[in-house]
Design a protein around this ligand. Sequence first.
Ligand SMILES: Cc1cc2nc3c(=O)[nH]c(=O)nc-3n(C[C@H](O)[C@H](O)[C@H](O)COP(=O)(O)OP(=O)(O)OC[C@H]3O[C@@H](n4cnc5c(N)ncnc54)[C@H](O)[C@@H]3O)c2cc1C
Length: 445
Amino acid sequence: MAFLTLLQSNLWVPQRRLRVVMIGGGASGLNVAHHMNLHMENYELQIYEKNYDIGGTWFENSYFTSAEILTYFKGVATKYDLYKNIQLNHQVTAAAWDENQGIWNVEVKNLNTGSVIQDWGHVLINGCGVLNNWKRPEIPGLHSFAGDLIHSAAWPDSQDLTGKAVAVLGCGSSGVQIVPTIQPRSKRSLLSFGRRRGSQPGLPNALRVQEEKTSHALLPDFAVGCRRPTPGNGYLEALTKPNVHVVTDHISHVVPEGIVLVTGETVHINTFICPTGFDLSFAPRFSVVGRHGRDLAEEWKKKPRAYLSVAAPDFPNYFNKYATHSYLHRSLIQVCGIKAVSPLASAVDEFDTHINEFMKRTAWTTPCRSWFKNGTVDGPIVALHPGSRIHWFHMLADIRFEDWEFTYLTRNRFQYLGNGFSTMEEPGKDTTRYFDQPQDGYRSF
Ligand SMILES: Cc1cc2nc3c(=O)[nH]c(=O)nc-3n(C[C@H](O)[C@H](O)[C@H](O)COP(=O)(O)OP(=O)(O)OC[C@H]3O[C@@H](n4cnc5c(N)ncnc54)[C@H](O)[C@@H]3O)c2cc1C
């Protein structure tokens, strides 16, 4: 006969103190902290943030409205007392699941002192963001360039372009905003490299092309929406200015004095601006080792395969950002004696098949190079949900418990039912509220 110790507590009491470790103090980190503070009790939340302040994207990028948005996030953190959960200047460098104890062991580097500390959590939430690991283009000889090499996401505080020969690579969302902004300053010459139709036969092998040819070269050959639409105010006008040259020939390599085109021509420049986006592989940038020695950092390098974007099989109690939608934390892991919860591999396989089929009929699969496809032209679409924003919210609103596997701390999964009374019957609570609000049904519980 199975042995069971009846708990003396009421139903739905958070039995154990839940420790949650989260990585990243951007919008996701603040969101998780705020919602945990609002909805949970008997827990500890430790957020590690590698920067010296919160804000993530809006802390690291400085352009147009970013300061305003950063101020807003700082205000939210202060108003809701969220800084108490956040350890700044601390970078998570590794995480590993301990199956016996049902916890994540987390290695953290204190960036002030260089010392390494060990922490742990029943739950690990990854809110590292994806648009913050900028990458340079892979052009042979790039690092031999003797002038200023600038990535748009790491713009130097003082960069005087006055009178310099500047090249801007590409006409992506950042490129089209940078060109009109710096055009009046880079008096000598500004070279805008646009390659969308660069291999089109008949394009002249010359730096300066006529307006008509320029517009022909810039005309996209993919569907509207394949790349993220960007307001490029002043971009086309800037291309027609006398100090701007549009280059459509491919780059062969970079030399200390400038850029060598496939035609053999060398373009002499002082500054090379590369608005070439981010590494968007979605793979964690440190090892995240789950069951059976599987490392998410390796497995997701090629293509991320997540359950409804929030979790992965064999990585129990590990959630990607927006995991706050999951009340698994409060109602199951903490209350019902759940040791580990992870999605079934079969559910992820079927979700992945659905994504692949759905994406075939979208504009995103037309031949544009896009961050939606991790910077490739024809790679799998890794950044987008197969549906609208509201569709995504709606999908996450109800948990499909049948897609998850659970292991328990207790020998009997119903031990949490306790002493036969509910927390709804604690002193001072209205035990017949369903008479007054029948329309609520059981939702008010
Ligand atoms: C140029 C640009 C423009 C954008 N424009 C818009 C827009 O108009 N509208 C919109 O909705 N979104 C926009 N985004 C997307 C934006 O990233 C998200 O809206 C949102 O801010 C993401 O928040 P997050 O917290 O998930 O990630 P992030 O803001 O990227 O924050 C992640 C945090 O995790 C920290 N971190 C990473 N790794 C570690 C580690 N190992 N240890 C500790 N800390 C770590 C980082 O330092 C960072 O602070 C833009 C992004 C960029 C780059």
